[in-house]
Design a protein around this ligand. Structure first.
Ligand code: NAD
Ligand code: AKB
Length: 316
């Protein structure tokens, strides 16, 4: 029986992964750990909830011991744009927090899920169809922390036998919790703005091409990977993963097909534009398909239609 701890459970992914895990493994078997962001009532009331700063190794160990945790989904992190504003804080949380999680996992025999990112690539890597295995010289602190995380996870698996598994997520689109501090946040903000204002001012240039994915595909990927046959996982930390691929201009066009009055303009934020320009335009995720059967279900049209329908209800 899995006894799960989700760190960063109030975030964009955690607020949707936690209910999905509770549905799959039982509400009492999934402990949601929050930090500074308030959980919504459902997350707090639908199962065990605790406060946990992942930099506090003793509290993390105590939490794992008290709840008899055997699997940690470690989502707590500072995202790319925020990490450039506070690089040392991001290092402490992204790398120091993961170190605490891995040490605790080693001590208590836990399996670990660690989300990496398209940010682990940088100059020298091919931008188009970026291979699973290639040069990794990320230029952002976030990317450096994620690449360090991948290597640490490899080390704990090889040296101590901890079952670590990871995914290099692209930008994620979702409706439950708004993203914050990321470079790909525009792809969610644009839907809120389209419904609320009929107009969006985008901080990335119209032709900035990046991989993206809708949250239901992301949740399915995490849960499938964590249940996959261990012996087939050659690239366990971490798999390139993608589903959608578009530019702000293309996304605006897609939204306009449902909301004809929608308009977009551009005011480039140099920081986030530079980050986006340092990331792959499109990743090759064939290793994920071959090793554990990854296959996305949502294309751009289905994603946009579902986002608009759900947000229209949410925003009343
Ligand atoms: P998020 O920013 O929405 O959530 C992160 C959560 O971590 C927040 O709720 C925050 O309160 C918590 N947190 C921050 N500092 C903490 C600390 N010291 N101790 C404990 N918790 C702390 O991020 P997200 O989008 O849900 O991302 C989750 C993970 O997935 C991160 O590791 C992120 O790097 C990765 N990822 C996300 C995306 C994406 O597009 N959302 C893409 C690639 C990778
Ligand atoms: C970010 O923009 O920082 C994240 C990511 C792609 O890792 N969404």
């Amino acid at each position: 029986m899995k006894k799960i701890l989700v760190t960063g459970s109030t975030g964009q992914i955690g607020s949707e992964l936690t209910p999905a895990l509770r549905k799959a493994y039982g509400r009492d078997n999934v402990v949601a750990a929050g930090h500074s962001r308030q959980p919504d009532a459902d997350l707090r009331q639908s199962g065990p909830y605790c406060i946990l700063d992942v930099r506090d190794g003793d509290l993390l160990r105590q939490t794992v011991k008290n709840y008899r945790i055997n699997t940690i989904f470690h989502l707590a992190s500072i995202l790319s744009a925020a990490a450039e504003e506070k690089p040392m804080l991001a290092w402490e949380i992204n790398v120091g927090g993961l170190k605490n999680v891995l040490e605790t996992a080693r001590e208590y025999g836990c399996d670990v899920f660690f989300p990496s990112s398209i940010a682990v690539f940088g100059s020298g890597a091919s931008w188009d169809n970026t291979p699973q295995m290639t040069i990794q010289r990320p230029g952002t602190l976030y990317g450096i922390s994620k690449l360090t995380g991948e290597l640490l996870c490899d080390y704990y698996h090889r040296r101590f036998g901890v079952d670590t598994r990871g995914l290099r997520f692209p930008g994620l689109l979702s409706t439950r919790t708004r993203p914050g501090g990321g470079t790909t946040d525009y792809a969610v903000e644009i839907f809120y703005a389209a419904l609320e204002e009929g107009h969006y001012t985008c901080y990335l240039a119209p032709d900035t091409r990046l991989d993206m994915m809708y949250m239901p595909d992301a949740l399915r990927a995490v849960m499938t990977l964590m249940e996959a046959d261990d012996t087939r996982l050659i690239h366990r930390n971490a798999y390139n993963l993608t589903a959608l691929n578009f530019t702000p201009a293309e996304l605006a066009l897609q939204i306009r097909s449902s909301l004809p009055g929608f308009s977009i303009s551009y005011e480039i934020d140099p920081l986030r534009q530079a980050i986006a320009d340092s990331w792959p335009r499109h990743m090759d995720d064939s290793a994920a398909s071959t090793e554990w059967g990854w296959e996305p279900r949502y294309d751009l049209a289905a994603t946009a239609a579902d986002m608009l329908e759900k947000l229209a209800i949410k925003l009343g």
